[in-house]
Design a binder for this molecule. Structure first.
Ligand SMILES: Cc1cc2nc3c(=O)[nH]c(=O)nc-3n(C[C@H](O)[C@H](O)[C@H](O)COP(=O)(O)O)c2cc1C
Ligand SMILES: C=C(O[C@@H]1CC(C(=O)O)=C[C@@H](OP(=O)(O)O)[C@H]1O)C(=O)O
Length: 393
């Protein structure tokens, strides 16, 4: 199973084609739009999100609410496009138009964004040609793709949720997620302005975002994704590129501004003894093999253990700063401190939705690749059999 995306931040639309989904999978634009709306939200977003109202159009591969087995094509329009049609149009400019008048040429690279190196790499002296595609606007369709993956996981009894655990050094109480199902977590974060489970920490995060914005600065944070209901044995230990933890880490780090990833106890493991890290193995008639703890975050040897996957990603602060850092104009080679028109001060809550959806995709892909999956009913039968087999093993 694979997908590609195309489209620029201020172009007409973002497009994706997903290939390899089983047939007979129920999909609605309503469930995709629910995720798109959540990705647009969260305290700290900039003015662009007031312009956009992200709604998906399913333009291929689905009929009367079910996949056909053919490629699924999804489109999300950029409402801002109407302001950028001349600046971002695909056709050559008419001869009577002066390009300098309308191109909104960018020659001042922002430290921390893709502008400078992207320009060097692709030979663009107008850095707009870089920032238009390196923009996290692209995560809109990646969330739509993940939403389709979640529809598949849901059919297999697998659920997934994300929440924000830290913003700018303010940490949520880690015990707040203990003993809660993914559904319970979702209900709480849906109501919270920064998608956090801890109301006290959330209030401090909101305040910190506001203060940071006033200072013309930006902040990052940490998001956690939990996947529940997985059978044991998804992924493999036999080859480096089949290890599920490796694939999930890549997916997490592929999100714009994500710089680190950890599973279970994560980097804390470096400070603990083996007896405080590994999850002891138990067996009972009713449950089969279980663990009392899940300190490894649901993965051993690149495979699911049957316990929930717990994976976190760290997002650096947004690079575009209202009080900017030192940089160099690539035309004049003069130093400058740029002013900016608009930017997010903190996009950690929005990024938690992106994280949830890219992880959902990666888990769904691993399942599709491991089982015969032309049709959803066949896939369901195999997953049920695998669960039964693992219990009796
Ligand atoms: C949801 C989301 C929103 C973002 N919004 C902005 C923004 O408004 N301004 C900005 O400079 N960067 C923003 N970023 C981060 C940049 O896209 C990112 O830093 C850039 O693509 C460079 O990639 P890198 O940080 O992974 O090296 C956002 C990232 C995410 C995930
Ligand atoms: C458009 C989105 O985020 C954008 C991500 C982004 C960046 O540099 O990554 C820069 C900003 O773009 P603009 O300059 O158009 O305001 C954000 O608004 C979005 O999340 O849908």
């Amino acid at each position: 199973m694979r997908y590609l995306t195309a489209g620029e931040s201020h172009g007409p639309q973002l497009t994706t084609i997903i290939e390899g989904l089983p047939s007979l999978l129920p999909i609605t634009s309503e469930q995709i739009n629910y995720d798109l709306k959540r990705r647009q939200g969260g305290h700290g977003r900039g003015r662009r999100m007031q312009i956009e109202k992200d709604l998906v159009e399913i333009v291929g591969g689905v009929r009367h609410g079910k996949t056909l087995g053919s490629p699924v094509a999804l489109v999300v329009n950029n409402d801002d496009w109407k302001h950028w049609t001349k600046i971002m149009g695909a056709d050559p400019l008419p001869e009577d138009v002066d390009p300098d008048e309308i191109k909104r040429q960018v020659s001042r690279p922002r430290p921390g964004h893709a502008d400078l190196v992207g320009g060097m790499k692709y030979g663009h002296r107008d850095l707009r040609n870089v920032l238009e595609r390196s923009s996290a606007r692209e995560t809109t369709v990646r969330v739509a793709v993940g939403s389709v993956a979640k529809a598949l996981l849901n059919e297999l009894g697998i659920s997934i949720v994300s929440h924000v655990t830290e913003i700018g050094g303010v940490k949520a109480d880690p015990t707040k997620s203990e003993g809660k199902s993914t559904e319970e977590i979702r209900k709480i974060v849906e109501e919270d302005p920064v998608y956090c489970l801890d109301p006290e920490a959330s209030a401090k995060m909101v305040q910190l975002i506001d203060d940071t914005k006033k200072e013309g600065n930006s902040i990052g944070g940490v998001v956690e994704v939990i996947v529940e209901g997985l059978p044991a044995g998804i992924g493999s230990y036999v080859h480096y590129d089949r290890k599920l933890d490796g694939k999930l880490a890549q997916a997490m780090l592929s999100i714009n501004a994500f710089k680190g990833v950890e599973f279970g106890l994560g980097f804390e493991m470096a400070r603990k003894k083996g007896s405080d890290v590994h999850d002891e193995i138990l067996w009972s008639e009713e449950e089969g093999y279980t663990r009392n703890t899940n300190r490894l975050g649901g993965l051993e040897g690149g495979m699911t253990t049957g316990m929930p996957i717990v994976v976190r990603g760290v997002m650096k602060p947004i690079p575009t700063l209202y009080k900017p850092l030192q940089s160099v104009d690539i035309e004049t080679k003069e130093p400058f401190k740029a002013s900016v028109e608009r930017s997010d001060a903190c996009a950690v809550p929005a990024a938690s939705i992106v994280a949830e959806n890219v992880i959902a995709w990666e888990v769904a892909k691993a399942i599709i690749e491991q089982f015969h999956s032309d049709q959803l009913p066949q896939l369901k039968t195999q997953i049920d059999e695998m669960r039964k087999y693992a219990k009796e093993f």
